[in-house]
Design a protein around this ligand. Sequence first.
Ligand SMILES: Nc1ncnc2c1ncn2[C@@H]1O[C@H](COP(=O)(O)OP(=O)(O)O)[C@@H](O)[C@H]1O
Ligand SMILES: [Mg+2]
Length: 495
Amino acid sequence: MSRLDTLRNRLVLLIFAITAAAIGFVYLYVVPQLESSLTAEKLRRLERLGIEGAPQLTSALRAGTPDAVVAKAVREISQDTETRVTLLAAGDQGGVLAPEFVLADSGDEPTAIQGSYDSASAAVEAGTARSGVETIAGERVGTSAVPIADDGEIRWVAVLSSPLDDVEDNVALIRRQILIAGAIALAAASLAGFWAAGAVSRRLRRLRRAAEQVADGDFTHPIPIDSSDELGQLARTFNEMQRRLARLDSARKEFIANASHELRTPIFSLGGFVELLETEKPSATERKQFMGEIRGQIDRLQKLTADLLDLSKLDADAMELRSEPVDLKEVARELAADFRPAARLHRSKLQVRGRGAAVAMADPDRVAQIIRILLDNALAHTARGTSVTVTAVRGNASAELIVGDEGRGIEPRSVERVFDRFYTGDTSSGSGLGLAIAAELAELMDGELEVVSQRGFTAFTLSLPLAEPIQGPGAEAGARDTGPEPVHGEQGSRA
Ligand SMILES: Nc1ncnc2c1ncn2[C@@H]1O[C@H](COP(=O)(O)OP(=O)(O)O)[C@@H](O)[C@H]1O
Ligand SMILES: [Mg+2]
């Protein structure tokens, strides 16, 4: 892992770069601006002082005062303004008015103003005060020149000059301080960044370790939630995910355990019968009895494997469902016919009733499967001779099918669990998958399966979405009004 691959190093580098860029901006852009505005300020002052001192020189020069007196005036102005004052005479030079020679100078050297007299030339040419920065003897000097006229004609120019070294000193000082402050800021920002990024990456590492544990199937270590920021929220979400995974995991283990148990029982029993047939030399009647038992176990195995297959399809969202108008009464009638032999064996009276046209939007095969599960239960979990009624009704918003029996009822504490997978409330031979599958199928068809049970009465109600009312000549009107009456000639099956 290269050094830049860690979040911490990247963050520190970023903070360092931002701080350095800010310092660089101040150093390279703000400081030169400061320098030029300080210089401009100084030049403005020089110009103001020049203009203020000019009248004194003007009157001295116009009166034709001796040079010594003029030189004295120059010195006086120099002292008052704390600048060097140079008085130049101007004259015609090749058709252009220009400074010609130094008339007086407050400095020691009369030739102090060297070079091209930049601002003096500009002032003479323009006829008003001009200022600028000139390099004289290798030193930057601010100069301000004021033309002096006699009889409306410019004949002299006074130049006030002052070295810019104080400006330069100030700027150099500021530069130094910025560098020192910048170095401190860089160090502080890097340290703070290092610490903050370290805290973040520590928390991320903790999340990663927790994720690795979950990946290894260990769901027992929630991450401590130490803040409400994004990482805290991530930790909370992660813990929630872990909780759900743990639930799923234990549900899966429980499912496998239950399924294997359910499969083992009939297989074990089949093995026993096969052994008996092999070793015991049974009589013909015994043989017939064994064969009956074996068929029973094989039926049970078949039903169980079909149920397990359905559950795995439901879990994988692989159940393919059609959606078409299903006449619940019609389906119930057909199934009741199928169940007649079983009902007769059970000495039960099985009736189908109908009130209104209960046409649902659903998958007819799955509706039939649900009714089969409910009818099977109504016969399996009730005492012999219990009457069972299937009623199809059209509700306000749904088509309903009620499978009711007058059996002993489900115990109140079991009612909530009858839809759980592998829950069996009594000792009959079922594996407890029927109602779980029925409820999930109902839900898949946007319907629901509910149970009401009390002593002597149990009713499972399957509600499904209504199909669009079929437009036919008086299709529903007649049926709607009929009360609960047997609509099918299905007489109670009694053996
Ligand atoms: N009509 C009913 N009357 C009484 N108990 C019922 C009825 N239907 C279901 N039950 C109870 O609900 C449990 C779960 O039903 P089900 O999921 O079909 O499993 P199984 O029928 O294999 O036991 C049954 O074991 C039984 O105790
Ligand atoms: Mg059942």
